[in-house]
Design a protein around this ligand. Structure first.
Ligand SMILES: [Zn+2]
Ligand SMILES: [Zn+2]
Length: 269
């Protein structure tokens, strides 16, 4: 017969040494999809063919608390051309991925959004209790109709913005610059890919874990020093790349399948 502690261990297999002694980061992946080469690699570098990407987001465990960095996307196929949908297969809903790790939506204490592009914020409404941390400049940009040309509805679902300023209003926290959101979890405004983009740095026993959001898409962007092709401010994007080189540590790009090859357990720190 299975004892209660054994059942808990089975439900939360990640609660290992790292989780008990400090911060750890769990990589979660909804599935695969595709982006134009000129989005992934800046145009003059000549990598124009479509690139397979994935949708990663991250669960930070720290002292009994849970912080989610970005929200994942449930149905990646709906964002693809019909002929590509079959090739990539079904994607995993965010809440199913969390449930498989023993996490319920109401267990998430803090949600940090690296930026307000749909693939990072779309599922924010699934977390009924979380404090939601967004960069002030990012929030003001997407809320201003002056910027409507930068924001097609397909990439910026308005219903989530409506929810942020209504149901989530009392839980929403706007931050600027560099800030410790929680002990050992820091956001740094970088503002290259989008106006108030922020990266997240988590201190762990094995060094800093860096969640770069979309300042890079793939390891190749930093390792081959080729910037992404979708940015708001190139000078800030370039400084963000310098910062990623400078911090080093464990880098976890949001759209690279290589993350789970480099960290096959899915746990970093
Ligand atoms: Zn983005
Ligand atoms: Zn993205």
């Amino acid at each position: 017969m299975t004892s209660v502690p054994d059942m808990l261990a089975a439900a939360v297999p990640e609660a290992g040494e790292a989780a008990r002694h400090g911060h750890s980061v769990q990589v979660l992946c909804n599935g695969r999809w595709q982006a134009p080469g000129t989005v992934i690699f800046m145009h003059p570098h000549g990598r124009h063919d479509p690139v397979d990407i994935v949708q990663n987001f991250f669960l930070v465990r720290h002292g009994g608390q849970l912080t989610l960095v970005d929200t994942g996307v449930d149905d990646l196929g709906s964002f693809l051309r019909p002929e590509d949908r079959q090739r990539y297969g079904a994607s995993m809903p965010t809440l199913d991925l969390l449930a498989a790790k023993g996490v319920r939506p109401e267990d998430v204490d803090t949600l940090i959004l690296t930026h307000l592009h749909f693939d990072h914020y779309l599922n924010a409404r699934q977390f009924p209790r979380a404090r939601i941390v967004v960069n002030r400049r990012e929030f003001e940009f997407v809320m201003s109709p002056d910027n409507r040309r930068a924001m097609p509805r397909s990439g910026f679902p308005r219903e989530v913005f409506g929810w942020l300023v209504d149901e989530a209003w009392d839980r929403l926290e706007l931050v600027e610059g560099e800030r410790d959101v929680l002990p050992g979890i820091r956001v740094i405004e970088t503002g290259g890919h989008s106006p108030g983009h922020q990266i997240v740095v988590v201190d762990t026993a094995s060094g800093p874990v860096v969640i770069p959001g979309d300042e890079i898409y793939l390891y190749a962007n930093v390792e081959e020093d080729i910037p992404i092709g979708y940015y708001h401010d190139f000078e800030r994007l370039s400084r963000a790349m310098d910062l990623l080189h400078e911090i080093g540590g464990h880098l976890l790009p949001a759209h690279d399948a290589e993350v789970l090859r480099r960290y096959p357990s899915g746990i970093v720190g």
